[in-house]
Ligand binder design. Structure first.
Ligand SMILES: Cc1cc2nc3c(=O)[nH]c(=O)nc-3n(C[C@H](O)[C@H](O)[C@H](O)COP(=O)(O)OP(=O)(O)OC[C@H]3O[C@@H](n4cnc5c(N)ncnc54)[C@H](O)[C@@H]3O)c2cc1C
Length: 284
């Protein structure tokens, strides 16, 4: 016998959990199906841990470059990235627990597992404990988010060519990195890594870093990043990434070459229907 709901939400990211809370507040019997990350990418491996690492990087920057101005003096300042990483996981875990609490408070049933649409009003759930559930719903909300999009022709090996996920979940930063794309995620991680001593280069194919922002914002950031020691090239479309013994070789259309220990492609633009029972949309 299937469990009956007014609303079933597939995916508990910011899109899904907020929709579920609102539905429950409106008096609808609501369930959420989430296979891995209560709170989705944002709370677990996106916005929140990144902001925690940025805070660490800001403190590291102040202590390294402006300590005297702020009234600090010390011998042998030691930067501990694993400790920064640990803090970012604690911040993330705390907020994830908060979402689970909100589910309980709003009497939303949570199914820990992978949902597949089996009809317009039915969902099969393969629960993470090995059991199965069938849900009937008057309404189904699909909020399955996005997954990393591979660089054309190069698979992520998550060691030399990495997506955003291992970058956030790494206890240690790379030795040197070329970040492909100077959007928000790319410039945030450049700031984190450069303040922990990583040799960082950003390659952006548009004329400015943060190409979707106002030019004044991009220019101000570019000036600040030059001072920080972040190397970057704009109008630099990357045309190839090859793995080598020591790392990677990155080529741009203008014929320039870089040889960092890793290349980072922080793109998240592939929709994640996967097991949702819908035909996977093209991702290019
Ligand atoms: C490094 C990084 C930094 C970011 N920083 C910011 C920021 O500062 N500000 C900002 O606004 N945005 C930021 N974002 C973007 C933000 O994380 C996303 O916009 C947001 O998470 C999208 O929410 P969503 O609910 O649509 O999807 P997601 O958060 O991706 O959630 C989808 C959920 O669905 C689940 N799921 C998928 N398929 C199934 C299935 N078949 N069965 C069960 N569960 C399933 C997944 O496990 C996942 O938990 C950042 C992203 C990254 C990667």
């Amino acid at each position: 016998m299937a469990d009956q709901y007014d609303v079933v939400v597939l995916g508990a990211g910011p899109g899904g959990y907020v929709a579920a809370i609102r539905a429950a507040q409106l008096g609808l019997r609501t369930a959420v199906v989430e296979r891995q990350y209560m709170g989705g990418v944002c709370l677990n491996i996106g916005c929140i841990p990144t902001k925690a690492l940025l805070k660490n990087a800001e403190v590291a920057h102040t202590l390294q470059h402006r300590a005297k101005e702020f009234g600090f003096s010390f011998d042998n300042l030691k930067l501990d990235y694993p400790a920064a990483f640990k803090r970012s996981r604690q911040v993330s875990d705390r907020l994830v627990k908060g979402i689970s609490f909100l589910m309980k408070k709003n009497k939303i049933d949570v199914y820990d597992g992978t949902g597949t649409l089996t009809g317009p009003n039915t969902m099969a759930v393969k629960l993470n404990d090995g059991k199965e559930a069938t849900l009937d719903a008057k309404n189904i909300i699909i909020a399955t988010g996005a997954r990393p999009r591979p660089f054309p022709g190069v698979e992520f090996d998550e060691k030399k060519v990495i997506s955003y996920i291992p970058a956030i979940l790494a206890e240690n930063p790379p030795k040197s990195v070329v970040i492909i794309g100077g959007g928000a995620i790319g410039v945030e991680f450049a700031y984190v890594w450069v303040n922990y001593g990583v040799d960082v280069t950003i390659l952006e194919m548009m004329p400015h870093l943060l190409p979707n922002e106002e030019p004044e914002v991009s220019e101000t950031l570019e000036k600040a990043y030059k001072k920080l020691g972040v190397k970057f090239q704009t109008n630099a479309k990357v045309t190839g990434i090859e793995k080598t013994d020591g790392g990677v070789r990155v080529r741009s259309r203008a014929g320039n070459r870089w040889r960092p220990s890793s290349a980072w492609w922080p793109s998240t633009s592939c929709p994640t229907p996967r097991a949702s029972g819908w035909k996977r949309p093209a991702c290019s």
